[in-house]
Design a protein around this ligand. Structure first.
Ligand code: PMV
Length: 310
């Protein structure tokens, strides 16, 4: 029997974090260069049923272990594979708890590897249903945005409980993601926005609606390769997110440094109050300068993704 491989990748929210909670659209981008691979290998001897061997930087899989464990147990059951000896290897480049979809990517990659190992065709609907098994345990009530984007080579246009729509990207650009090193606090950030909405309903509703309009405009800019327009929309979104109270001094520092170094736009991504920021570079040369500026400004980790991908 062959060795089987299941792949997936990281994701990032380009536009629409926080406003998406209130029914506005969001856009998530796939990051195919930051990948997650599951390998299933047959074992020739022994009665071993399942031995997870974690390799590479995903050393702290334990935090997500329960969701993954349940997923694997159910897959073993589904394929009636409890007596079939094999070994499962996981190799991830995706950092955990950075809003980059590591848990969703693990689920998608594991399901793909299982279906490949058992020579079973897998529809994207079934793939999503399986991934939800893990995400419900890890995240409670997942929206499906993460599992859709880490399984897709296309960006996703998303409206909560309504729409998950891949769309064609027409863009020549490099995105740079930089980590503040400060733990992102999505739960806290969501409650900060909720409190503000109670205290200042009028202005907060306007900010949320404006974020929705900026996201719609960004959707257009991505399809028509209007890079400087996209950058400007990212900057405007950052200003609104700051108004909503979900930025952080170190996010502001990194965002400022990226813009000074030539980024067309820069904003926080995901929950905020720490976590990561995203910058748009016009080309590779500019990207190098922005990366250097971000390093000097204290970014603890930096990733890049160029489009079109090959
Ligand atoms: O950090 P992430 O990728 O999990 O994104 C959080 C996005 C929020 O809009 C802030 C919260 C949510 O549930 O949509």
């Amino acid at each position: 029997k062959k060795t089987s491989i299941g792949k997936s990748h990281a994701k990032v929210i380009l536009m629409g974090e926080h406003s998406v909670v209130y029914g506005q659209p969001a856009i998530a981008l796939p990051l195919p260069d930051i990948s997650f691979t599951t390998t299933i290998m047959p074992r020739l001897a022994g009665q071993m049923i399942f031995t997870p061997t974690y390799q590479g930087p995903l050393s702290s899989l334990a935090e997500n272990y329960e969701g993954i464990r349940q997923l694997i147990l159910r897959l073993l059951d589904f394929f009636n594979a409890k007596k079939r000896p094999f070994t499962l290897h996981i190799n991830s480049d995706i950092p955990q708890e950075r809003g980059m979809g590591s848990s969703a990517a693990s689920a998608i990659s594991i399901v793909r590897a299982f279906y490949d190992f058992f020579d079973t065709p897998l529809s994207s609907e079934h793939l999503q249903t399986w991934a939800a098994v893990e995400e419900r345990i890890t995240h409670g009530s997942p929206s499906g945005l993460d599992t859709s984007t880490v399984a897709s080579s296309l960006p996703i246009w998303f409206i909560k409980n309504e729409l998950t729509q891949p769309f064609e990207l027409n863009l020549n650009a490099t995105f740079i993601l930089a980590d503040t090193g400060i733990h992102g606090q999505t739960g806290l950030a969501v409650s900060v926005v909720r409190s503000l909405l109670e205290e200042q309903p009028h202005t907060t509703k306007k900010s949320i609606q404006h974020l929705g309009e900026l996201t719609t405009a960004a959707h257009h800019a991505l399809q028509f390769n209007t890079l400087s327009e996209l950058g400007s929309l990212m900057n405007q979104a950052q200003a609104e997110l700051q108004t909503l109270g979900v930025s952080h001094p170190q996010l502001d520092t990194l965002i400022h440094a990226a813009r000074q170094a030539g980024a067309l736009g820069a904003k926080l991504t995901g929950g905020g109050i720490g976590g990561t920021m995203l910058a748009l570079a016009p080309d590779q040369k500019a990207a190098d300068g922005i990366i250097e500026a971000l390093e000097n400004a204290g970014a603890t980790e930096i990733w890049t993704q160029t489009y079109p991908t090959n």
